[in-house]
Write a protein that binds this ligand. Sequence first.
Ligand code: SF4
Length: 356
Amino acid sequence: MPEKQQKAWFFVALLNWNKVKNDRIMPWKGEKDPYRIWLSEIILQQTRVEQGTAYFQQFVTRFPTIHDLAKAPDDVVFKLWEGLGYYSRCRNLIQTARFISEQLSGAFPTTLEGLKQLKGVGGYTAAAIGSFAFDLPYAVVDGNVLRVLTRVFGVAEPIDQRLGREKLDKLAQELIDISHPGLYNQAIMDFGATVCKPKQPICSDCPFAGRCIALKENKQSFYPLKSPKKASRNRWFYYLVLEHADGFYVRQRTQKDIWQDLYEFILIESEQVQSEVEITQPSYWGLTKKEFPAIKLNVSDEMIHVLSHQRIHCRFVHQVVKSTILLEGYHWVSRSQFDQLPFPRMITRYLESKIQ
Ligand code: SF4
């Protein structure tokens, strides 16, 4: 662990770099409004800044205050979230907005513990909101920060295991400049994103070059260490896109699983690959030949969606039918209603390629 005087060199060098060289622009930078900070942090969890920025702007335009977001119907918020993935974040966003709007009269908690009580707000997000909005002296520890600290201080424990993580959280807290916690936190994240990057860090122009252990050992790509990855689970999703009278049969995914609360076509999930011959049989979908004639059948190629521990293999069988069909759990929606519903990215990718 760094000595007392080492703490000062770290934040002095960092804040000096921030003042002289940091030109990273982000729409929420310097923001003091906890609502906008919270929104940006939730959007940025598991999302790149480049992708998250457009979503952030759409959200603050559509919902300028937390009360506006709290009043919005679920489907409207999910539709705006569409494409960002990890939909549990969106569910938590809605619940937290309603809680703060209705129970706290729109005011965010001003302590770390109070912030951590909010749904979807863990230690990292609480420290970010607390330090940016209320100058609370807590270090944020995201992927950028972990990379910088493991490299500069040569921390060789895996960052995704308890011991390594505790050590780094403690180190981060020891290093923070408690007089400027928000400025310090933003600076270290910007530094990790623009200088101490995952690949090809710019060591030749780094204020820590003289002390950095990774540079000294020429082991920049060794840090940060992670545990070996678990094998991912394969799932095969076969969708029947049943089109009737300029509308489609859909259902909402209510089970606790990926894409919860989003909409989808008629689904049969399998633990193994199914042949095209199989998935174009009426009986595969529990339908009769009359309900599912073999005309106008269109089958997509396999599309793959990779999630953190799952690979979803997906094929779509598109069929236009003349008469109404009764399908338990599914209902028909007109195309204009359909356009308002939120779908998983996999389905919107298919729609963009096939139906527009
Ligand atoms: S010297 Fe290189 S590896 Fe070390 S902190 Fe600076 S940019 Fe990162």
